[in-house]
Design a protein around this ligand. Structure first.
Ligand code: ATP
Length: 864
């Protein structure tokens, strides 16, 4: 508890004119932003790979040996590839930079006498800022009034124990408020702050690669090493079989290019980055790309209730007291309603008990309501906002700035709050909170005209009333008071006044989202600080089945194995303390679940970090919770988590699709090349042709595949196992079968046409391979569903990519300059016909298999 008697009244803060004047002098409260890599840098980065180095050496070698055309072709292909890589990476960079901008920090400030929330960058020196638990200090400041303020300064000092601060102390940018409340006068902003000075010294930190990127990078490296070995063996074999050594060196080089899926890392990055941008459109911001990936495997969502499942727009609708009840009309924070008893409208002056209740409602609070052009708005906690609105409805006199002498703040652990108020020549303690917590410290009860001892019958009556209100889904707050002749704020021997029932309607979209999550095999565990009865009522309204409900104290009595058993059922945790969330997450993780956990308070940070996906709230969440989270819900809405999981599933599925697609294309080329060299015939594809296939045509198609929409039934399956490989046995078999077919088919075409000249045969084999690769993409658009289920035209970008690449292939064989580069000759209808016949099964067989496969083993519906 902090004594507030020596404080001066909080002043009105700066005026708009003073703010503008200070802004002109000091600028904005922002650090010079870390430089985003410029376009030239991103372009040059494309050349920083071993593969490109090999190709450039190859081009040089060709030039020295007088093979000018080959050298130019390799140069053009390298350039085209770099250009493609640049476009992709640039899009990814700008998409990510845009994401970073979405979450700009906010600050609570008092200006012109009004508390308001503004963007932190608008702060100026001299501003009066308000700090509460979980807030990050937005600028350096000197403390004015401060109640129980404790600050975590570890970002600056490394010291993890929070430091207590009082009036006159300074608070530093970037540090976090762990507990208490305070007002501070801004002394420095932006680069002038301590944090700014350090940040400028250390620079910015880079983005971490996701597991997927790391794994695929590893796969690409392994394939690279294999490529070098195979290429060396093939070159040796070819020279041994009497092929031209120069041709063989070039073939060896192109073979390495054929094996390595160069496009892979870039395609993954762009898919994840564009996916993250798509998620923002769905109101979910992934703070790390990793989150998107993990989201797709989420099997349990632990969610709080207030604000996530409900609107967090509270309205007091009932007041219950021992002598009688009152009804309250009106909705939201507009005080245009009335307090009524037996059809009579009452005001504070008409009723002593009501007057005492409303005094607590208005004094024991930090919320403010005010009217502006859009109607009534509220700044502060919705629970308190609703009580203030109630006090306005009862015409309760408004408090003066110096009336509150001391405060014991609300916290989710204590679940109540008390203040000491100077009232005329005496002081009173006013307390509000969860009924259990308030009743615990009450010894008396107030009736209309008298205060008397609280009897067991009174307690039973209060309990019954509390249960009845909670069973309607209302949040129930108990109010109490006591005269304090000694001016000490001691939470004991209070007089119980009454209960206020607040409604907080469930969010509309949540019912559907809960049903969707259940059909996707995702369990939902509600963990709330509210009462078990209220929580169960809200769960019922939302269609969330609950087999057991458990309170925080009951959870403390449970050992780990009993908790684990309980967690196998539909369970609800109520009256929990934030630190208990951590234990619940750990217990679920021990069962092998992938847990998404929501949290908004400062004490939720450890649980958010422990969870596989920590989910914080963009509107109501604290900065500390946001910093600890992987995903931020921009609308605080539960339904958004379910949508984000859908998006995560889509992205993982798409990565699986294009990895298989790219590798099967490579496999076809490698099989054709190796078999042909073993036979000892003339080269089936030239080095430049392989480069063309892999670097130019495949990359574009794979990116388009990464943008494939979600499959219609993708939320009707249980979540994937966390160990699911991108490329399981099924994937390897598919790649091998398709590669064998396309490789052998193009080889057959080559030998079939060889009599008509090697150039024509090679052009036909080359074109056949390109056509095969392009058409095989349809097999990978879904790994389970046939084309008619996902819609042939549902990915227009893919169709565009196919048109462009097939057009480019036509140019490659009919346009003389490209003919020269790629050593092609025009093909006639007869050759195209052969290509067509071989291409047909590539489209038809997978469709047939998928249609039959679906009929045979339709996945079991997820148990309800
Ligand atoms: P959730 O955990 O789902 O967000 P919650 O908002 O009810 O639920 P807490 O904020 O921990 O969780 O609040 C716990 C209880 O404390 C509430 O049910 C209410 O009875 C009481 N309470 C909430 N806000 C205040 C407040 N500002 N002052 C006094 N008591 C409060």
């Amino acid at each position: 508890m902090e004594d507030l008697t020596t404080q001066t009244a909080s002043d009105a803060g700066l005026s708009q004119a003073q703010v503008e004047e200070a802004r002109a002098r000091h600028g904005w409260n922002a650090l010079p932003s870390a430089r985003q890599a410029g376009p030239l840098r991103v372009f040059l980065r494309q050349f920083a790979s071993v593969l490109i180095a090999i190709l450039i050496i190859a081009a040089g070698l060709a030039l020295v040996l007088g093979e000018v055309v080959d050298a130019v072709t390799i140069g053009v292909v390298v350039l085209l590839n770099a250009l493609l890589g640049f476009v992709q990476e640039w899009r990814a960079e700008t998409a990510l930079a845009a994401l970073k901008k979405v979450l700009s920090p906010k600050a609570m400030v008092i200006r012109d006498g009004q508390e308001q929330v503004i963007a932190a960058r608008e702060l100026v020196p001299g501003d009066l800022i308000v700090l509460g638990p979980g807030a990050k200090v937005p600028a350096d400041g000197a403390l004015g009034r401060a109640v129980d303020l404790r600050i975590d300064e570890s970002v600056l000092t490394g010291e993890s124990v929070p430091v207590s601060k009082a009036r006159g102390d300074s608070v530093l940018t970037g540090t976090a408020v762990v507990a208490g409340r305070a007002e501070a006068r801004v002394t420095a902003i932006g680069g002038q702050t301590e944090f700014g000075k350090i940040a400028q010294l250390t620079g910015s930190f880079g983005t971490k690669q996701t597991d997927l990127q790391v794994k695929l990078g590893g796969l690409a490296r392994q394939l690279g090493a294999a490529a070098l070995l195979v290429a060396a063996a093939v070159v040796g074999l070819g020279i041994f079989m009497g092929q031209d050594p120069l041709d063989m060196v070039m073939t060896g080089l192109s073979l390495s290019v054929a094996i390595v899926p160069e496009g892979l890392p870039a395609v993954v990055t762009i898919t994840l980055a564009l996916g993250a941008a798509a998620m923002v459109r769905q109101r979910a911001l992934a703070r790390r790309l990793q989150a998107v990936e993990t989201l797709g495997a989420a099997s349990v969502i632990c969610t709080d209730k207030t604000g996530t499942l409900t609107e967090n727009k509270m309205t007091a609708t009932r007041i219950w007291t021992v002598p009688g009840s009152y009804a309250v009309t009106g909705t939201g924070y507009d005080p245009a309603g009335h307090i009524e008893q037996d059809g009579r409208r009452l005001r504070a002056v008409d009723d002593r008990l009501l007057s005492a209740l409303l005094e607590v409602a208005i004094y024991c609070s930090h919320a403010r309501i005010h009217q502006n052009a859009d109607g009534w708005t509220m700044v502060g906690e919705p629970t308190e906002g609703a009580l203030i609105t109630l006090a306005y409805k009862g015409w309760c006199p408004l408090p003066g700035a110096r009336d509150v002498l001391a405060e014991i703040p609300f916290s989710s652990e204590r679940k109540r709050m008390s203040v000491l108020r100077q009232h005329g020549d005496h002081a009173v303690i006013l307390c509000k909170g969860a009924p259990e917590q308030v009743l615990e410290i009450c010894s008396d009860v107030m009736e209309q005209d008298a205060v008397r001892a609280l009897t067991p019958e009174d307690r039973a009556a209060i309990e019954t009333a509390y249960r009845a209100m909670a069973a309607d889904g209302q949040r129930v707050i108990a109010l109490a008071r006591r005269v304090a002749p000694d001016h000490q704020l001691a939470e004991e021997q209070l007089t119980f006044l009454g209960l206020v029932g607040l409604i907080d309607p469930p969010r509309q979209e949540v019912r559907g989202a809960i049903a969707a999550a259940r059909s996707a095999g995702i369990r939902i565990v509600m963990i709330t600080g509210d009462s078990p009865i209220t929580a169960a009522a809200i769960a019922g309204q939302l269609g969330l089945t609950i087999a057991h409900s458990l309170t925080g104290p009951e959870l403390d009595d449970l050992d780990d194995s009993a908790l684990s058993d309980l967690l196998s059922h539909d369970v609800l945790f109520a009256r929990t303390r934030p630190e208990q969330k951590m234990r619940i997450v750990a217990a679920l993780q021990a069962q092998g679940q992938i847990v998404a956990m929501t949290g908004d308070g400062v004490n939720d940070a450890p649980a958010l970090k422990q969870a596989d996906i920590g989910v914080s709230m963009g509107i109501r969440g604290t900065d500390v919770a946001r910093d600890a989270s992987d995903l931020v819900l921009l609308d605080d809405n539960f339904a958004t988590i379910v949508r984000a999981i859908g998006e995560g599933r889509r992205q993982f599925a798409n990565v699986q699709k294009f990895v298989r697609y790219l590798l099967s294309s490579n496999a076809g080329e490698v099989i054709a090349l190796v078999v042909n060299i073993a036979i000892g015939g003339p080269l089936v594809f030239l080095a430049t042709q392989i480069l063309w296939m892999n670097l130019v045509t495949d990359g574009v198609t794979a990116v388009a595949l990464g943008l494939e929409k979600a499959e219609p039934d993708h939320m009707e399956y249980p979540p994937r196992d966390k160990h699911t490989r991108i490329l399981g046995l099924g994937g390897v078999v598919t790649i091998a079968c398709l590669g064998l077919y396309t490789g052998m088919a193009s080889l057959w075409i080559f030998y079939h046409l060889l009599d008509q000249g090697v150039d024509l045969a090679r052009t036909a084999a080359f074109s056949a391979m390109v056509v095969f690769e392009k058409l095989s993409v349809f097999a990978f658009r879904s790994l389970r569903l046939p084309g008619w289920r996902i819609g042939w035209f549902s990915n227009p970008l893919l169709l565009l990519a196919l048109t462009l690449t097939l057009g480019a292939q036509a140019a490659a064989i009919y346009w003389p300059p490209m003919q020269a580069l790629l050593h092609t000759v025009p093909m006639g209808l007869a050759e195209w016909q052969i290509v067509g016949w071989f291409a047909l099964p590539i489209v038809v067989v997978p469709e047939l298999l998928k249609s039959l496969g679906r009929a045979n083993h339709r996945p079991a519906p997820v148990a309800d």
